[in-house]
Design a protein around this ligand. Structure first.
Ligand SMILES: Nc1ncnc2c1ncn2[C@@H]1O[C@H](COP(=O)(O)OP(=O)(O)O)[C@@H](O)[C@H]1O
Ligand SMILES: [Mg+2]
Length: 467
């Protein structure tokens, strides 16, 4: 149904991609500009340095009877065109094209030169790229000085590095800062998520907007709207269930009363048996209606309709003792109590309901002559309530399912409806309490233990929820 997209959209990835992309573009642009400006001025300087020896040579060209020559000692000429990095070549050419001095195969300038005019051009000499300065002296001779590009290439690298390293550094730091910044910026989302995760199941109260940054407020609002609708639907359903169960209980109680009256009359034995069965079935139907009502109450309503107060589990168990004693005696079961005070914030109607369902099961499923013990108290600061019996026990594999609605362990005798432990779970959930189903001891039996929240923080929690 909801196939995950190949790659989920991520705010972090989009922001980073955008940022890294634009930073890289900026870095490339800035490097290019600084490279270009640097190169222009540096190669101007090198060009001028190349022109100087050409001028010196041109000034020393002598023409006499012996012909034209450069009137400088050889060593002076060599010094003029010496460079410790590059190979430098020169050439002096007469107007006629005759080479007067220097190498004879330097590439010629791309165009004709006026007298006293000079130019620079790129060429190739013996397979190496070279830069050449060409100058036409006033006496018509063309002097060219060329050099290989080692110096210039080294400068290109230096300029590039000098420009790039700081820019890359700045870019790297910016991306790092952006990474941290985005993580921090997204923290409020994490807070909302944690808030949602920390809710108890079935909590449909709105998400407090203080948790949400402005940017996701619309989402939170929409979500709260949805929660509101769910709450309303839930309430309607619970109200319906409660009303239906309540409406059923009254006629069932009437029916039961009439059957009791009927059974007091003188009746033929088979009719009496029939009336007895009808009475039993009516009692079960009444019980079911009561349980449905209890479930609706446990689930539902708002917290406000059942004010939360501090309840002593011991008092609750004490009250239950009176209610259940007759049934225990009738079934010849030793119903015992081991009660220590245990204060829990809770609902004064629901907690007795929870205990009643546990005792009901224990008395129902424990064979005659057995023992049922109700205990309350604190264990390591945690208030608890437990009911144990010497009955058949609940198989380990079934312990997870017995709290489901209408679930009964297959083969269970009696005619329960499977709602008792569901009610217990619902009430426990509502109080943030946990249920643990285990065996009473090595010889079997059932022990159901309900652990409530520790008192001090629990009061705050419950109050906060009421808010
Ligand atoms: N004290 C107990 N001893 C043995 N089995 C129990 C006990 N309590 C509950 N059970 C098992 O768990 C099932 C679910 O219990 P419950 O929700 O109260 O439904 P019901 O009692 O109506 O069957 C029961 O059908 C029974 O099999
Ligand atoms: Mg039951």
């Amino acid at each position: 149904m909801n196939e995950a997209p190949a790659r989920r959209a991520s705010i972090r990835r989009r922001l980073l991609l955008f940022l890294v992309g634009s930073l890289l573009l900026t870095v490339a642009g800035a490097s290019f500009v600084s490279y270009w400006v640097g190169m222009e001025s540096a190669s101007d300087a090198y060009d001028r340095a190349l022109l100087d020896p050409a001028i010196d040579i041109a000034e020393n060209i002598k023409v006499d009877a012996a012909g034209a020559r450069v009137d400088l000692p050889r060593r002076a000429v060599e010094a003029l065109v010496y460079d410790h990095v590059d190979k430098v070549f020169f050439q002096v050419r007469a107007e006629s094209g005759r080479i007067v001095d220097g190498v004879d195969d330097l590439p010629p300038p791309p165009g004709a030169l006026e007298v006293d005019q000079h130019l620079f051009f790129d060429g190739v000499y013996h397979g190496d790229p070279v830069r050449i300065a060409a100058l036409r002296a006033s006496n018509g001779f063309v002097v060219q000085v060329g050099e290989t590009l080692n110096k210039r290439n080294r400068l290109v690298k230096e300029i590039l590095l000098a420009g790039l390293i700081p820019t890359l550094l700045v870019a790297g730091v910016s991306i790092g800062l952006a990474w941290v910044g985005i993580a921090r910026g997204l923290q409020p989302l994490e807070r909302v998520r944690n808030h949602l995760l920390s809710r108890r199941s079935g909590d449909l109260s709105p998400i407090p907007e203080i948790h949400a940054p402005i940017e996701i407020l619309p989402v939170v609002d929409a979500f709260n709207g949805l929660l509101g609708q769910l709450r309303l639907a839930n309430e309607l359903q619970q109200r319906f269930l409660a009303n239906a169960a309540h409406q059923l209980r009254t006629p069932l109680a009437g029916l039961q009363m009439h059957l009791e009256l009927l059974s007091r009359r003188e009746l033929p034995p088979d009719t009496r048996a029939e009336v007895g069965r009808m009475h039993g079935a009516t009692a079960r139907a009444g019980h079911l209606a009561s349980q449905l009502l209890a479930l609706a109450r446990a689930e539902g309503g708002s917290d406000r309709s059942h004010p939360s107060e501090l309840i002593n589990l011991r008092t609750v168990a004490d009250d239950a003792a009176h209610r259940w004693a007759p049934k225990a005696i009738a079934r010849n079961i030793d119903l015992g109590f081991a009660l220590e005070p245990a204060l829990v914030p809770g609902d004064a109607l629901l907690i007795p309901e929870l205990l009643d369902n546990l005792i009901d099961n224990a008395l129902l499923y424990t064979p005659e002559g057995g023992t049922v013990t109700v205990a309350t108290g604190q264990r390591e600061g945690t208030p608890f309530l437990s009911v144990e019996d010497t009955g058949p026990g609940i198989p380990a594999a079934e312990r997870g399912r017995v709290t489901e609605r209408f679930y009964r362990v297959p083969g269970t005798a009696g005619d329960g409806s499977g709602l008792g432990l569901a009610i217990v779970k619902e009430i426990a959930d509502r109080h943030g309490a946990t249920i643990e189903v285990s065996t009473r001891d090595a010889s079997g039996g059932t022990r159901v233990r309900v652990e409530f929240l520790q008192r001090a923080p629990a009061v705050g929690t419950v109050r906060a929820r009421q808010g």
